[in-house]
Design a protein. Structure first.
Length: 224
């Protein structure tokens, strides 16, 4: 179980969209202080005294960040950072410590931490770090949702439409595509029109950008 605040809402975690801040610290007083600080600006907070409890907790489908103490009872925060990444949790991490040094900070930042605050820290510094982390995660979620929508659109294409799309993003004209796939010019235009509509693309440039986002190019046209 997590130690700290819990909502009495009956909504499932993935139904919640308001930002969430997770706190992992084995110091109960620090957990309480962070809950009070973060709630004072209207943020939802979930606190845990160990990384195991945090990892086992179902995460909300909402912009999130993790405030992590670098030195936990029987645990190393940098090792926890690695465990979090391996578990598939991609939220930004804000480290806090009373024992930090330059080497530790560099390692944490290289591994993806967005900030590293030494205790005692100013309340505003923590609020600024959390605001920055939540903004980054909001951008990440928006990008993932956009890619997911593109994937659905691409999956709706027929095999022939995907083939034609591959040639279009490769820069071939309709006549050239017709020759490549052994179709009439009219058929190519029809397939091209359908795929452009399904991909919600008004220009070849836009289609190319979406193709790149999906990792689809002319080389994959026959295997897609």
């Amino acid at each position: 179980m997590s130690s700290g605040s819990h909502s009495t809402s009956t909504q499932r975690p993935h139904d919640r969209k308001e930002p969430v801040v997770y706190v992992v610290d084995d110091d109960e007083l620090m957990r309480r202080a962070l809950v009070n600080l973060l709630r004072s600006v209207g943020l939802r907070v979930e606190t845990f005294e160990s990384s195991g409890n945090f990892l086992a907790f179902p995460k909300y489908d909402a912009p999130s960040c993790l405030i992590l103490d670098v030195r936990l009872r029987g645990e190393n925060g940098l090792a926890v950072q690695e465990q979090v990444a391996k578990s598939g949790v991609r939220m930004p991490i804000v480290f806090m410590t009373g024992h930090g040094d330059i080497a530790m900070t560099v390692k944490a930042m290289k591994a993806g931490a967005v900030d590293f605050l030494a205790k005692p820290f100013r309340d505003q510094d923590m609020l600024d770090a959390v605001a920055n982390a939540l903004a980054r995660d909001d951008e990440r979620l928006a990008a993932e949702q956009s890619i997911a929508a593109l994937r659905v659109a691409y999956d709706s294409l027929t095999t022939r439409e995907r083939e034609v799309m591959g040639f279009v993003v490769a820069g071939l004209m309709n006549k050239q595509i017709a020759s490549e796939v052994n179709l009439s010019l009219i058929s190519v235009k029809v397939h091209r029109g359908h795929l452009m509509k399904k991909m919600a693309s008004r220009s070849v440039a836009d289609l190319v950008r979406k193709s790149e986002s999906l990792g689809v190019d002319e080389k994959s046209r026959k295997s897609s």
